[in-house]
Design a protein around this ligand. Structure first.
Ligand SMILES: [Zn+2]
Length: 454
């Protein structure tokens, strides 16, 4: 449940145009795959089951076994087999989509570099922009548009067709596509800015560019955390204060008990894009903004909302943003070192053929993005584990704060709608940026047993 705008700008910073296509997707932008990956699973499309959970009452919860394993299994057994099959198919398809996105990105880089298209685009940008900084910005903006266009078919499948097949999208094509265009505009501006700064620094620092590139990337990450909730998120959704009542009071009470400086909580109309439940707490340098989506408000009980918001407040109180940026700085450092090594080799082999003058030549930007996307793909288990570790911490903080393990477990069940509930350990390590339903319910049931609550 991390802020979309962070993902958006992070993807711009990290993976350049590869991230552009998915930038405007709904919260966990991890839409998933095809029926081919789901051997024996329920078919997607019109015949797919609606998401549902077998309802229970407080009596059922009180009668659950004290043993965490048994209680967890009882919770998971409330998910109908067809619902689990559909969730598995949706989520496992996402594994394949990660691969298809990588391969498409590499193909796009090859297309742009071959026939010296990229070099010619640089020459044109040089005539139009003259100065280095302006030339690089113009090149990057055009590149972002080209990459967006070339990846559009996969974007439409992944972000629109497939989300409708699984009955999670709520938009018709027109509004959806309009949001893609807004995302494109944001990406063009962001990538132009990043490229202009990145190459200006690169031209001055020589061999040590990987160190400086890391500093530039971290600066942009911080910037995105600052401006994302204020400038980017409102482009896609409208935010309004939650009306006074039990939900607002409960969330503000938990916030104030933990020193979170929030006087209001906000709801946003995520239902215009998706059925998924989500929430976040954003803010950095002493500000805080607590935000719930309307699906969560509409589909959840007060104990469930308290559990979710206890988790979100945990992210804030535990300073997860700062720690995440610090961890990403190390990943980026490794990435840029890898890029320096790979770019040296690739430019020696292919530079002349493609008309590239060196790493600091903006015409090599598509090659740079391709190399980084390979690194980012290979580093996915690491970055997922960084995020997932924080999510587990936030879960435990939320349990201690909301003190209602059943509220947490009920929401965990609901998240099965878009996340495979019961993966193998290795699968969870590699592919999951949030813990699975089984892991999270087990945490809640362990808390219940240890604390002796009903
Ligand atoms: Zn979270």
């Amino acid at each position: 449940m991390r802020v979309r705008s962070i993902r958006l700008l992070a993807s711009v910073v990290l993976v350049g145009a590869l991230g552009v296509a998915n930038a405007a997707d709904a919260p966990p932008a991890n839409p998933a795959g095809s029926a081919t990956t789901a051997a024996g699973a329920a078919p997607a499309g019109a015949t797919a089951a609606q998401f549902r959970i077998r309802p229970v009452d407080d009596r059922w919860r009180a009668d659950l076994p004290r043993d965490p394993d048994a209680a967890t299994q009882a919770y998971l057994d409330r998910l109908p087999a067809d619902v689990v099959a559909r969730s598995n198919a949706y989520f496992e398809g996402g594994y394949w989509l990660q691969l298809w996105n990588l391969l498409l990105g590499l193909a796009i880089a090859a297309l742009l570099l071959s026939g010296r298209r990229s070099a010619r685009l640089r020459d044109w940008a040089e005539r139009v922009g003259r100065k280095g900084v302006l030339r690089d910005a113009i090149f990057a903006a055009v590149y972002a548009m080209a990459a967006w266009l070339l990846s559009l078919p996969l974007t439409i499948y992944q972000g629109y067709v497939r989300e409708h097949q699984y009955a999670m999208a709520t938009q018709s094509f027109g509004p959806w596509f309009t949001e893609q265009l807004i995302g494109l505009a944001v990406s063009m501006v962001s990538i132009a800015l990043v490229a202009a700064v990145f190459y200006a620094v690169l031209r001055r620092v020589g061999e040590r560019w990987w160190l400086w590139a890391t500093a530039v990337a971290v600066a942009f990450l911080v910037l995105s955390v600052l401006i994302g909730p204020v400038l980017i998120d409102p482009l896609f959704n409208s935010y309004k204060p939650v009306a006074d009542g039990p939900v607002r009071q409960a969330v503000l009470t938990m916030a104030h008990a933990n020193g979170v400086p929030a006087d209001d909580i906000y709801e946003f109309d995520a239902s215009r894009q998706t059925t998924k439940v989500s929430a976040n707490v954003s803010g950095i340098f002493g500000s805080a903004s607590v935000r719930l989506n309307d699906n969560l408000l509409r589909r959840s009980s007060l104990p469930e909302i308290r559990a979710v918001m206890g988790h979100e407040l945990g992210h804030y109180v535990l300073n997860h943003i700062y720690k995440w940026i610090a961890a990403m700085a190390l990943v980026l450092l490794a990435g840029f070192l890898f890029m320096q090594w790979a770019m040296t080799l690739l430019l020696a082999a292919l530079g002349a053929r493609f008309g590239l003058r060196g790493t600091s030549d903006v015409a090599a930007f598509p090659l740079l993005v391709a190399v980084f996307s390979v690194f980012a793909f290979a580093a996915t288990p690491v970055t997922n584990t960084i995020t997932r570790t924080q999510e587990v911490e936030a879960d435990r903080f939320g349990l201690n704060l909301a003190r209602d393990p059943h509220g947490a477990a009920e929401v965990d069940l609901k998240l099965t709608e878009y996340r495979k509930p019961d993966p193998t350990a290795i699968e969870e390590l590699v592919f999951f940026d949030h813990p699975s339903t089984r892991f999270r319910v087990h945490d809640a049931m362990r808390w219940r047993e240890a604390m002796g609550t009903p």
